[in-house]
Structure formats: structure tokens, C-alpha cells
Design a binder for this molecule. Structure first.
Ligand code: LLP
Length: 422
């Protein structure tokens, strides 16, 4: 469910007409709904209320500080994967004991910053990382709380580029080696083992892979406890998928997911952490764009819009589907048109949809991409020297720009010429 609905014939974000935002900030732009963000966070929080837990928003999916603050104010922790995200979370006011540091390639400098600034835990992904973290912590006279990310060798049944839990993926340590790795960690004075971490992939639309992974984690918890380790926290990752089309998809709900967690690991008495990104932010955002031209090709019509693959890379990168709807509500019974919907960038990959049926639109009409809150703005670039597009946050009947569009001058001024070229 989201808060982007037609009211009086016009698409709104909560109480604000999308067209009003477009008039104020220009197109293209991202717009996020506070009510949807908090609603989705609360669904997870409630789904785990049978026990001690923390929902850590995977801020890689949407990292604007205003969004982080909305979620942190609602009680969320943050899952960060770089020192940049760590500093962003802190800048947005997230308490450091609610920040979890994940990622396969943390550097010593990143570890130092997080240890000095305070951190809830590191999710360690390899023995070499463990050795470096131990030495950085010791050099600071600190002890780093850690979980070890295990790779359970489970098929997440999702797009290959976003599956992470198979043995061929770069993530975590093989679960078969976990006991040795925990034994090694226990001997390191700079580390304190507190739990286990697992994350098997993103946009999972079934519970079965989670179930397989969490059962393995439950078994491992018991083995590690028998080996003398104190396992008091389980970080179960993110990955629950969202419906990208209104019609035929119905991924499991957070309540069902919470029930699965209770059934598989609830008996262990551990504090539960989860790291959802997409399910909190995905349907909380739209990308709004304007039609530049409708161009007739040999055998098809092209809708050329002012948004492009640099603004939303998901269709080009993962063949992802986003519903694309007109901002003016189409009249009932209108015969749909069929378009290839493309951006202005100079490569054929800059295609959002092929032969897409949608209500007919014309030049200067606004269209909105649904489910664009997650992995939209954060993955954007300035390819073709197109400045990053603005982000807008709506709350009820108010809206604010939360990242302005840079001017062309600002974008260009970031380059510097070496002395010898001046
Ligand atoms: N935790 C870890 C360790 C992760 O690697 C990820 C996502 C998450 C949590 C959050 O997963 P989520 O709940 O959002 O599925 N750019 C891709 C998705 C990449 C996901 C990377 N890791 C896309 O646009 O589909």
C-alpha cells in the first residue's frame, strides 16, 4: 500500500498534487511519502513485537537524510555499508548504538571512524576482515562487537545480480566453516562475538528461501553455543520483495515474514535484527518525468521523456518493471496506447519499457514511475552531464525539497583543470 493516489482526477502524493510539485521544482524529480515510509517501517516493527528486536533500515536503498530522520524518529536503526552511509546516518541524528555496519570490503579507515564514533556492531564477512578489525580495535584500546555473516548456500530465487546467499557469491563465510571462524574470533582481544548475520538476496517474493536460511542459522546458533560462544543477537538481513505491478504479484507480507522468523529462530531467545530496505522505501517513492516528444517509429511509437537511465537505472540494469502512469487520471474506458518508453540518453539501453500499454499521453504531460523509492535516487549518476535530479518529501499537505537540483554551473564547477592545461 502507498499514499500516491488519484484525487479529483489528479495524482497526489498524500495531500499534495504531483503537478504542483512539478511546477515548483521542475522535472524530473523523486518524491517520497512520509506516511508510506513510516507505515512500512511500523509493519516490520509490529511483526517482530513478540520479542526483543531492532529494524535497521538498509539505507543503501534510499539515503537522503530527511528520509533517515523520518525513520529514525519512528524508532528505526540503520544498516550501513560504507563510512559515507555511517556519517550520513550520524548527520541525520541516528544514535550510534542503532547503526549496524555491513559490507564485504570495509577498510581499516572505515572501521576506525565507526569505532571512534560508536557502532552497534560490525557484520564481519571474512577472516582477513576480522584480523584487520581486531588490530584496529586494539590500536584504539576498544573492543568491536561483531557478528559473522554466514553464507548459507541457499538459492534466493531472485535476479542473479541481487542474489547473495549462494556459495558462488562473494558474501559472508561458508556456513560449513563457521565454527572454525568463530573459534578464531573468540581468541582475538579486539573483538567480542555477539551473534550471527545472514542476508541471502533482495526482492525475494517467497518465504521458502528465508526459511531454509534461518533454519540453518538456528542450527548454527546451537552449535556455537555448545562450543562456548555467547550468541545473543541474530541479524537476519533484508530482502523481502515488493509488488512492482499492481496486478499479479503478491509477495509475502511483513507479518508473515515476522511469523516465519518467530517459528524458525524465536525459541533461541536472541535479540532479532532485520535490515529491510526496499520494502520500506520502494513504494514510498515516485519518479516524476515529463513527456518531451511522442515520436512515431516504423512499427512502434516512442515516448521520449525527460527522465533517463542516469536517474533510474533499474530497468537497464536488472530488466526491472516499473508501472508508469499519467499524472492526470485517464478517463475510464480509454483505449490504451502502446509505447516504447525511453529517455534522452545516447544509448539504446536507455529504455524504461518496451511495447508498454498505458493510457495515451502527449508532449508536456507528466508521467510517474511507481515503486521508485528504493534504489532510484541512490543509484543515479550524471551520465550525459545530466545533473542529479531533486528529491522532495511530502508529509500530509506539505512538501519540501530535500535535495535540490544542482545548477549546470555547480555541476561543471566540480571539475578542476590541472596547472599545465590552464
Ligand atoms: N542487507 C544487506 C547486507 C544487503 O546487501 C541488502 C541489499 C539489504 C540488507 C537490503 O535489501 P532489501 O531489503 O532492500 O532487498 N540495486 C538493486 C538491489 C540491491 C540490493 C543490495 N543489497 C535493485 O535495484 O534491485
Amino acid at each position: 500500500m502507498d499514499h500516491f493516489l488519484y484525487q479529483d482526477g489528479a495524482l497526489h502524493a498524500e495531500g499534495v498534487p504531483i503537478a504542483d510539485i512539478a511546477a515548483a521544482v521542475g522535472t524530473p524529480f523523486y518524491v517520497y511519502s512520509t506516511a508510506t515510509l513510516t507505515r512500512h517501517f511500523t509493519l516490520f516493527d509490529d511483526a517482530l513485537d513478540w520479542g526483543d528486536h531492532l529494524v535497521c533500515f538498509a539505507m543503501k536503498s534510499l539515503s537522503n537524510q530527511a528520509v533517515i530522520k523520518v525513520l529514525a524518529d519512528a524508532g528505526a536503526g540503520m544498516d550501513v555499508v560504507s563510512v559515507g552511509e555511517y556519517l550520513r546516518a550520524k548527520a541525520a541524528g541516528v544514535p550510534c548504538d542503532r547503526i549496524v555496519f555491513s559490507g564485504v570490503g570495509k577498510t581499516a579507515a572505515e572501521m576506525r571512524t565507526a569505532l571512534e564514533g560508536g557502532i552497534r556492531q560490525f557484520n564481519v564477512e571474512s577472516e582477513p576482515e576480522m584480523i584487520v578489525l581486531d588490530s584496529v580495535a586494539q590500536s584504539l584500546g576498544l573492543v568491536a562487537p561483531i557478528t559473522v555473516r554466514v553464507n548459507p548456500d541457499v538459492d534466493a530465487k531472485t535476479h542473479a545480480k541481487i542474489a547473495t546467499g549462494k556459495s558462488e557469491n562473494k558474501f559472508g563465510i561458508p556456513i560449513s566453516r563457521a565454527r572454525d571462524v568463530y573459534a578464531m574470533a573468540a581468541k582475538m582481544p579486539g573483538l567480542k562475538v555477539i551473534g550471527i548475520d545472514v542476508h541471502i538476496g533482495s526482492q525475494l517474493t517467497e518465504l521458502a528461501p528465508f526459511e531454509a536460511a534461518y533454519k540453518k542459522v538456528a542450527e548454527l546458533t546451537e552449535q556455537l553455543r555448545a562450543d562456548g560462544h555467547e550468541i545473543s543477537r541474530l541479524d537476519l538481513g533484508g530482502g523481502l520483495g515488493i509488488p512492482y505491478t499492481r496486478s499479479n504479484e503478491a509477495p509475502p507480507l511483513p507479518t508473515e515474514y515476522g511469523g516465519l522468523i518467530q517459528r524458525t529462530v524465536g525459541h533461541l531467545g536472541c535479540e532479532i535484527e532485520i535490515e529491510p530496505g526496499r520494502l520500506i522505501s520502494g513504494n514510498a517513492g515516485l519518479l516524476v518525468s515529463k513527456v518531451i516528444y511522442v515520436k512515431s517509429g516504423e512499427d512502434r511509437d516512442f515516448l521520449i521523456i525527460d527522465g533517463a537511465m542516469n536517474d533510474l537505472i533499474r530497468p537497464a540494469m536488472y530488466e526491472a518493471w516499473h508501472d508508469i502512469i499519467p499524472v492526470v487520471e485517464p478517463a475510464p474506458g480509454l483505449t490504451p496506447a502502446k509505447y516504447d518508453i525511453v529517455g534522452p540518453i545516447c544509448e539504446s539501453g536507455d529504455t524504461f519499457a518496451k511495447a508498454r500499454e498505458m493510457p495515451p499521453v502527449a508532449a508536456d504531460d507528466l508521467v510517474a514511475f511507481r515503486s521508485a523509492g528504493a534504489y532510484g535516487a541512490v543509484m543515479s549518476s550524471e551520465y550525459n552531464s545530466r545533473p542529479l535530479i531533486p528529491e522532495v518529501l511530502v508529509d500530509g499537505d506539505q512538501f519540501a525539497v530535500i535535495r535540490p537540483r544542482p545548477t549546470y554551473e555547480e555541476m561543471i564547477a566540480r571539475d578542476t583543470l590541472p596547472e599545465w592545461l590552464k
